[in-house]
Design a protein. Sequence first.
Length: 555
Amino acid sequence: MPGTTLHDALDGVAAAHPDVAAIFPAGPSRLTITELSASSVRMADALLREGVGPAERVGLLCANEPAFLQALFALSRIGAAVCPLPLPVMSRDMEGYAARLRRVMTVAGIRRIVVTDGFSDVVTALATLLPGARLLHVADLRGADDRRRMPAVTATDLAIVQFTSGSTSVPKGVRLTHGNVLASLDSMEAGTGMKPGQDLLGVWLPMYHDMGLFSSLTALLAGVPVMIWPPISFVKSPAAWLRTVSENGNSICPLPNFGYDHLLAAVPPRNVPGLDLSRWRVAINGAEPVALASVEAFQERFAPAGFGPEAMMPVYGMAEATLAVSFPPLGRPPVFDWVDAGLLAGEGRAVPTSRTAPGARAVAGLGQPVRGMRLRIADPRTGTPSEDRRVGEVQLAGPAVTAGYLGAADAAQPFTDDGWLRTGDLAYTDRGELYVTGRIKEMIVVRGANYYPEDVEAAAREVPGVHRQTCAAFADTTGDRDRMVLAAETRVGDGADRVRLIEEIRAGVADATGLADVSVRLVPPRTIPRTTSGKLRRLAMPEVIRALEGASGGR
């Protein structure tokens, strides 16, 4: 990948592959690399005239549209750092949304936000709710095609502040330099075998999310065209999205695990023969835990459409590493390790067992570190390296790894004394293969015994009546002893049926984990919060449950 900065890399690709384009089917619109390069220069000139300068951190509030890419590269050219901002989920909660943006702006020191007019009602509301910010409308940022005014930018300059999606805490601003980003894009290009003239990337994840943003940048800066849909197009009609993938022959598509579940729910077996998925050679499965049931069901359902088992690629990544951490080898079907769940949670040992053994748990193999990434598993308390098949914390080092969180004190930075990034993820390795088992902060302790929330949730998902297999396990620490709580979404309304559902969930959890004392809370669909990538926000659940009980008078 040529160049030492994002815009240098863009200009290099524009010279080598001038007709490669970012395609926005919902527009519909098309932006070639050449047009992107030239338009970003003109926008950069306009931003300089507005007083935006090097090292300034600028918010970017854009949907999945050409303006997002234009603004990102324009800010790159003048040495400013892009802070992608999430879009509101519901327009009726504008005050809450504005409050969240204000917190982000305070952390990042954002004074200006580049916005588009595609959601004018939101922009109008923000002009009132964010009085301390100056909104710069993309339509007004039309400068001259003059590269001579651009300041010098280096690989060590801050390029992007990526705010984590907050599955376990308040979102943090991850500092990513041009060098960090280009190193990660290079590793993803290699890990997917991406090739100009052969591949077509397809992505519907929001561009403000790291998986959507850096997947798209990887393709464009590798000279590979990319189709970028708005997230709502997938959420509203997964089947229509898959038909488009079939018709256009997208060869690489990144999805969280829940995306594959949505496709299974939306496309019944009778509709599969009308699809052609034979050109989909890399189906990245990341951003949340990879579930065996989802993978096997997807492979079986879409095999008649030409989807090969080797296309499914479970991966591991995180914002603090720009994105990619480990990829499996190309062309290998997914690998799952069956281990004793009790020994895994209780003693931190990954003891192999058979798939049919009581208490067996499947853990997805997530490959080996990508190019340039170093990985070790260590005891989170002592820092002692863990041996194979012994659970410890994933720790990282390499050119794509962040230098730390924006504005955080040294004590709050996620590093070991010898400089390795502490991820907070628990995992083990076996002959170089990485197997992630959970999060340190989400482990649940009941009467001195450890439990992974994933094990409890897996036992409840298959119980009829649980809406879309959505449930979340967490600890209740309000009493004199810790207790396991399982919230399960359901549409079941009848009192007797709800009692029966609770008992069936308890029985399933007891059979799978040996834990009989589980408090089951039935909640309406869409109650359990998720991050923008689909991860369950388990640590937010006690507050959600308290709010529900308060609204119902404690009933």
